[in-house]
Design a protein around this ligand. Structure first.
Ligand code: ZN
Ligand code: ZN
Length: 178
């Protein structure tokens, strides 16, 4: 997870840049928060439009920014442009106004595909950590340790006590194409 002050700083810079691009002299309170269930980089939640603007907030994905921290400013600008357009009473989808303001403020028009989850396994023999894109359905073994044990008297390289143990998950970029 990013340090809160890095998020604060990037967010303030994003609001400043979008405020200049859309001529918004002062922003209302627009909270930004992490949402673990988000299936993309970020989103803007907007209630009301123009004179009827009520409130807005921005949500960002911790999984996404764990892998692409360098996208933080660009995505915050993107979401802030949605909010700024709604504040100004302009159409706030991805139309021409959006693309202009997003480009001027240095935002990203598109997020990248949300990175996938990897499963982390520990080899109980050598203690190394292996990552797999899929959860293992059956026992699997560390190739190095299985090979090292092969042919050694009294050691079954494929005994269940030597099988990989699931220790957690992490987020990584999309699965490479085979
Ligand atoms: Zn958008
Ligand atoms: Zn091992």
């Amino acid at each position: 997870m990013l340090a809160p002050r890095d998020l604060d700083l990037a967010y303030r810079q994003a609001l400043d840049a979008v405020g200049r691009a859309l001529r918004i002299p002062a922003w209302p309170e627009v909270p930004v928060r992490w949402n673990r269930r988000l299936r993309r980089a970020g989103r803007a939640i907007i209630e009301g439009h123009g004179n009827a603007f009520r409130r807005a907030s921005i949500e960002i994905s911790p999984a996404y920014f764990e892998v692409y921290p360098e996208d933080l400013y660009g995505i915050l600008v993107h979401e802030a442009v949605h909010v700024g357009l709604a504040l100004r009473g302009l159409p706030f989808g991805h139309g021409p106004d959006f693309r202009n303001a997003c480009g001027t403020a240095g935002g990203q028009l598109h997020g990248r595909a949300l990175p996938g989850r990897v499963y982390r396994y520990r080899c109980p023999v050598c203690e190394s950590i292996l990552e797999r894109y899929r959860r293992l359905a059956r026992d699997r073994w560390c190739a190095v340790c299985a090979e090292a044990a092969g042919g050694r008297e009294g050691v079954d390289p494929y005994s269940p006590v030597r099988a990989l143990v699931l220790v957690g998950t992490a987020f990584k970029g999309p699965e490479p194409r085979p």
